[in-house]
Structure formats: structure tokens, C-alpha cells
Design a protein. Structure first.
Length: 194
């Protein structure tokens, strides 16, 4: 079966669920994910047509597909990470964003999102929660007052410093079923895919 996907073809006019009214602009909602994939993975294409002799549903085993397997591995990692970070009450995305703010020093939300590999909507919510907890402080850029610049507070620096060892333990626990050689290999393959 020859299958290729064009993420840009997923972009389509959307309708409101409550009224069925068509929204005139193109959307970047989860069902229309072209906003990120066009920029990050322009070579990824999918043409959902099938070839003659295709087995259809009979030959499709979702448990053997990459998305399913990555999701299961991700769920396992999140569970391990959340347990390891229980004392800090940081989610994996909050941990990554706070760590990057500390490492980058003063940074814009846009740049932080790119360094943390999060789309604009996700990083906005993560930053809002970090600001609410007093771990990150928003300020303005003296060169452009419209730009919000983020900086870790002393509490944010102290928290991330205190939980890095737990993050390392979670990383090791997530990779525990693998041999040392397999750990290197899976990390290299994931970097290559990403």
C-alpha cells in the first residue's frame, strides 16, 4: 500500500460546533494541524488513497504503528516524570519551559516556545501557569514595549535547581527497560525523527 500524507492538505475551513456556522478563515486547530507541520516537517506528506489489492481494515494493526507506540512510551514517561516531580508539582512541559528560561536568561515567549519545542498555544498556557506560581516574571523589552520578555524569578531558579536530579532519575527510569546500547540508539533515532 502506497500511503503519503500532506499535512498542508489537512488545513480546511472549519465550522463552529454549536451553530454549524462556517468560519471563513483557515484554522490551525488540532484537526487542522498544518500550522506547525508545514514549517517543521515540510517533507511529510500523506495522500490517503489506497492501491488496488489493499487489505483495508483487515491488515491494519494500530498497535504496530509509530504514533501508537510513541504515545504509549510518552504516557509511560509522563507517569514516571510526574511521580518523580511530585514534590515540585511541575508537569513535563512546565519543567522544560522553566529550565529553558533559566538557561536562556531573559527571553521572549516566542523564542522560549521554539527552544522548548512547544507550539504557541501550549507555551502560552505553560508560561501563564509559571507566572501564576511566581516562577517566571514577565517584563517588557526596552527596545520594543509590545514584546514581553520572560525571566526566571529567584523562586523559579531555586525550584529548577532542586528538581534537576529528579528529572535525571525519571529519564533513567523511563529508559530502564533498554540496554545501554539500546538507550543510545533510541535517543539517536528519536532525534533523527524530530
Amino acid at each position: 500500500m502506497d500511503v503519503s500524507i500532506s499535512f498542508s492538505s489537512w488545513r480546511r475551513p472549519c465550522t463552529r460546533r454549536d451553530t454549524g456556522q462556517r468560519i471563513s478563515r483557515l484554522t490551525s486547530a488540532p484537526l487542522c494541524p498544518s500550522f506547525a507541520y508545514e514549517q517543521i516537517w515540510p517533507e511529510a506528506t500523506l495522500d490517503a488513497t489506497t492501491t488496488p489489492g489493499d487489505e483495508g481494515l483487515a491488515g491494519f494493526i494500530v498497535e504496530d504503528h509509530i504514533g501508537f507506540l510513541l504515545r504509549r512510551a510518552h504516557q509511560r514517561h509522563v507517569s514516571i516524570f510526574t511521580t518523580a516531580m511530585a514534590q515540585s508539582d511541575l508537569t513535563p512541559t512546565q519543567f522544560t519551559a522553566l529550565l529553558k528560561v533559566v538557561q536562556l536568561g531573559r527571553t521572549t515567549q516566542n523564542l522560549l516556545g521554539r527552544h522548548a519545542a512547544m507550539d504557541p498555544a501550549t507555551i502560552q498556557g505553560v508560561v501563564r501557569r509559571l507566572i501564576g506560581r511566581g516562577l517566571v516574571h514577565p517584563g517588557s523589552d526596552p527596545m520594543d514595549r509590545r514584546t514581553v520578555v520572560l525571566e526566571a524569578t529567584p523562586a523559579g531558579v531555586a525550584l529548577i535547581t532542586s528538581v534537576v536530579a529528579s528529572a535525571r532519575k525519571a529519564h533513567d527510569a523511563a529508559l530502564a527497560p533498554l540496554s545501554p546500547e539500546e538507550r543510545v540508539q533510541v535517543m539517536a533515532l528519536l532525534r533523527k525523527m524530530g
